[in-house]
Ligand binder design. Structure first.
Ligand SMILES: O=P(O)(O)OC[C@H]1O[C@H](O[C@H]2O[C@H](CO)[C@@H](O)[C@H](O)[C@H]2O)[C@H](O)[C@@H](O)[C@@H]1O
Length: 245
């Protein structure tokens, strides 16, 4: 780990004087980064362990992922925790009820343009209910071309561009991991607790900032220097250990 941040106190210590909520990113935080989105290795008991963690914290655990919720469920099974997909565009409570506002899907002509560009330039495309991602892990030299394309398209269609690990994404404006944290924190069982956001990527900075603003902390995972984290953990294995999964 290259960043100069201390390890967090033990989870039990952090939760000793005040109720905390755990907001957990998925890729790079709970599972290791893999060559393609579908190649991740997800322990078969991960969801059960997360459910047990949620039970220990009276339901105050939420997954906050860039992936669409359907995609997460394809890897984990039916998620019975609070959950935010597509970078916080779609938030669901533990009973499946919608939390906060949900933006619409991207317009067909935008999706067609992204699809044509991806096919012509060698990106791998990931469609989501509330956005679309262009992956270039197999050829990092595509980054600048992908970014220029996404920025122009975002300007023309009033969308936002999100950056991640070897991925460029387009989503509707508004929404994000900060909004997801804030929306959950206004509802039970999160209300009145101190949010702890754990994540590894650029989009997680928003979640960490929101958690800090609301009296909690951010925990960065891995080597990427973080502007908003107070603590750091080396990798997903260290996250599992810290969470007691
Ligand atoms: O917010 P997250 O849960 O961390 O999701 C971020 C993106 O994760 C996935 O892409 C990343 O992980 C892939 C598997 O390790 C990797 O192949 C890819 O290069 C990474 O960018 C996911 O596919 C995206 O939809 C998420 O936005």
């Amino acid at each position: 780990m290259t960043q100069d941040l201390p390890s967090p106190p033990r989870l039990e210590t952090l939760a000793a004087d005040k109720p905390i909520s755990l907001f957990l990113d998925f890729d790079g935080t709970l599972v290791d980064i893999a060559p393609t989105p579908d190649a991740i290795e997800v322990p078969s008991d991960l969801l059960d362990k997360l459910a047990a963690l949620a039970e220990r914290h009276d339901g105050r655990v939420a997954l906050v992922s860039g992936r669409a919720i359907d995609d997460l469920e394809g890897h984990l099974g039916r998620v019975t925790l609070a959950c935010a997909g597509s970078h916080g565009s779609h938030c669901r409570d533990a009973d499946g009820g919608v939390v906060g506002d949900v933006p619409g899907a991207l317009a067909e002509d935008v999706l067609d343009e992204v699809s044509n560009f991806a096919a012509a330039e060698g990106f791998s495309r990931e469609d989501k209910a509330h956005g679309v991602a262009l992956h270039y892990r197999s050829d990092p030299s595509l980054e600048n071309r992908g970014l220029a394309f996404a920025q122009k398209l975002a300007e023309r269609h009033e969308l936002q561009v999100k950056r991640g690990k070897r991925v460029i994404e387009l989503t509707a404006r508004g929404g994000g991991k900060a909004d997801a944290v804030r929306a959950f924190m206004e509802t039970e069982p999160f209300k009145g607790s101190h949010p702890v956001f754990v994540g590894d990527d650029v989009t997680d900075e928003d979640g960490m900032r929101a958690a800090t603003d609301l009296g909690g902390v951010g925990i960065a995972v891995g080597e990427r220097p973080s502007e908003n984290a107070k603590y750091a953990l080396a990798n997903p294995a260290a996250v599992h250990q810290w969470l007691g999964l």
